[in-house]
Design a protein around this ligand. Structure first.
Ligand code: PFF
Length: 523
């Protein structure tokens, strides 16, 4: 009896046109800097070949179950993170805002890294970083201030590149979900796979590649006894799959109602991990080359994050035959992978503002995009930018992403008791069925494991100031920011919704619609 109009999902007209586009967009979000520069290092530190065991366990028993949990929230309740949670209960709305605020923090600094990668793509052509890439990065390019802390000294070149990154991101988002986000992912992801594939093939031909791969794959079984290795496997899977930022709730709400969600999630998760493994192979083969040509051990040349991309890689490019080729492929890959992830995280905020204030997509894009661009540029194109970036990254990843994930699982499982309807929704919308084990994982096992992980993290960060930075920096941009997010989130949840937003649980409506489609077995 549900009238056609009422049963239409809110985003029906402005959503992903097909399952394929959704899968590409979700992979676009998942495949990012985390795959290219974080995974190889985390895996190496965590026992190399042996790391694959905790990694696979974390993927199958934490990543994918939580991915399904988040899909079910967005796909069933068809709204941004705060609206979807509000439709479960008024008391759950703030968790959605918490995720939105985490997205704000990550978005503002992620843009800076993409801007640097654009610069390095061009520098690759003639090794414009000279003979000492470390000095070039810190002194010539970023002009990093001597003392850690915020400054008001702008670096014009970085500023300009960040303007470009934000203009592209806002432009894509303004074009809409299908034409902007969807189409960008469908174009960028295949290019990225080809570019990175070429890089990997080339890297395997370098002298020393074999030694690099040996280092990457030779298992250190002893590492499996170390709980921190398991923790870092879970952390890697979460970051890499983009779960806990609200992205997966938001994207799932744009998927047509009759879509195989569990099957799609498996495709996304395995594609992401497959690409991640490819990154590990490419990066270690290349590191093997540099180790051999400088006569060092692999252990001495591995680096993570900024050091790997902007110091180790340029060093390799200086030495390797055809270095410019590797350089352009590597940095262009970072730019493509980074942009699709940045787009996804800003969409979390746009979707939320659009739902809450009841404005058009275009208006929301600018209302969110412009202030974020300004804050991002003000903070990260200064000479103190690198310190702020490092501090915020370290705190928001654990206390924001992991914190919000624990709270959303416990709240929906135990306080609002929504697991049965979520499970039922996924089972009528998926080829992979969620059984009792799924409930046990999301209600008990994953939150407990994550809480333990967070506790360890908290202990370490209290014991020793992060990276030896001054207290003032850590207190404001680390602890202060991490603690402020849930508080601001609670305040935001008290603001009224626009007049005609439906805040009720839409569950029955869709269940009925599906029942009609599936031949009534549900009714
Ligand atoms: N999955 C992304 C990555 O691996 O880099 C995580 C991410 C980070 C997504 C930052 C979006 C974002 F803005």
């Amino acid at each position: 009896m549900a009238s056609d109009g009422a049963a239409e999902p809110k985003h029906a007209k402005d959503g992903f046109s097909s399952r394929k586009v959704f899968i590409f967009a979700a992979i676009g979000s998942a495949v990012g800097l985390g795959n290219i520069w974080r995974f190889p290092y985390v895996a190496y530190e965590g026992g190399a070949g042996a790391f694959l065991i905790p990694y696979l366990v974390a993927l199958l028993f934490a990543g994918i179950p939580l991915l399904y949990f988040l899909y079910s929230i967005g796909h069933r309740n068809r709204g941004s993170a705060p609206l979807s949670l509000r439709r479960f209960s008024k008391g759950a709305e703030w968790i959605g805002w918490w995720m939105v605020l985490v997205a704000v923090v990550i978005g503002v600094y992620y843009a800076a890294i993409i801007a640097w990668a654009i610069k390095y793509t061009f520098l690759s052509f003639n090794q414009g970083w000279g003979n000492d890439p470390g000095t070039y990065l810190n002194v010539d390019f970023l002009q990093v201030a001597k003392d850690p802390g915020p400054t008001m000294d702008f670096v014009p070149q970085v500023l300009l590149l960040m303007v470009v990154v934000w203009a592209v991101t806002i432009g894509v988002l303004a074009m809409g979900i299908q034409n902007g986000i969807g189409r960008t992912a469908v174009i960028f992801i295949p290019i990225l796979v080809v570019a990175f594939g070429l890089l990997v093939i080339y890297s395997l031909t370098l002298d020393g590649a074999g030694a690099g791969l040996d280092a990457f794959f030779t298992p250190d079984w002893g590492a499996l006894k170390d709980s921190s290795v398991w923790i870092s496997a879970v952390g890697q899977i979460f970051f890499s799959l983009s779960i806990g930022f609200g992205i997966m709730i938001t994207y799932a709400s744009y998927v047509q109602p009759k879509t195989d969600m569990t099957g799609s999630g498996a495709v996304v998760a395995f594609s992401n991990s497959g690409f991640e493994l490819l990154c590990g192979i490419g990066v270690f083969a290349t590191l093997g080359f540099i180790a051999q040509s400088t006569g060092q051990q692999i252990g001495e040349v591995v680096a993570s994050g900024i050091g790997l991309a902007f110091v180790a890689f340029p060093t390799i490019i200086n030495e390797a035959p055809g270095g410019a080729f590797i350089g352009v492929l590597f940095f262009a890959s970072l730019v493509l992978a980074g942009l699709t992830s940045l787009i996804s995280i800003i969409e979390v905020i746009i979707g939320a503002v659009r739902d809450k204030v009841g404005i058009s997509r275009l208006a929301a894009t600018f209302i969110v995009g412009l202030p974020m661009a300004i804050v991002s540029i003000l903070m990260f194109s200064t000479t103190g930018g690198l310190y702020l970036l490092d501090t915020m990254d370290a705190f928001v990843n654990s206390f924001g992403i992991v914190g919000a994930s624990i709270v959303v699982m416990l709240a929906l499982s135990w306080v609002f008791r929504k697991l049965p309807v979520m499970q039922q929704h996924m089972n009528t919308h998926g080829t992979i069925k969620l059984l009792l084990w799924w409930k046990a994982l999301v209600a008990v096992i994953i939150p407990v494991a994550l809480a333990y992980m967070l506790y360890q993290e908290l202990r370490d960060k209290i014991a020793e100031p992060y990276a030896g930075y001054p207290d003032s920096l850590i207190n404001v941009f680390g602890w202060g920011m991490a603690a402020a997010l849930p508080i601001i989130a609670i305040l935001l949840s008290f603001l009224p919704w626009r007049g005609d937003t439906k805040l009720d649980d839409p569950g029955d409506l869709y269940a009925r619609e599906d029942a009609l489609v599936d031949g009534g077995e549900q009714a």
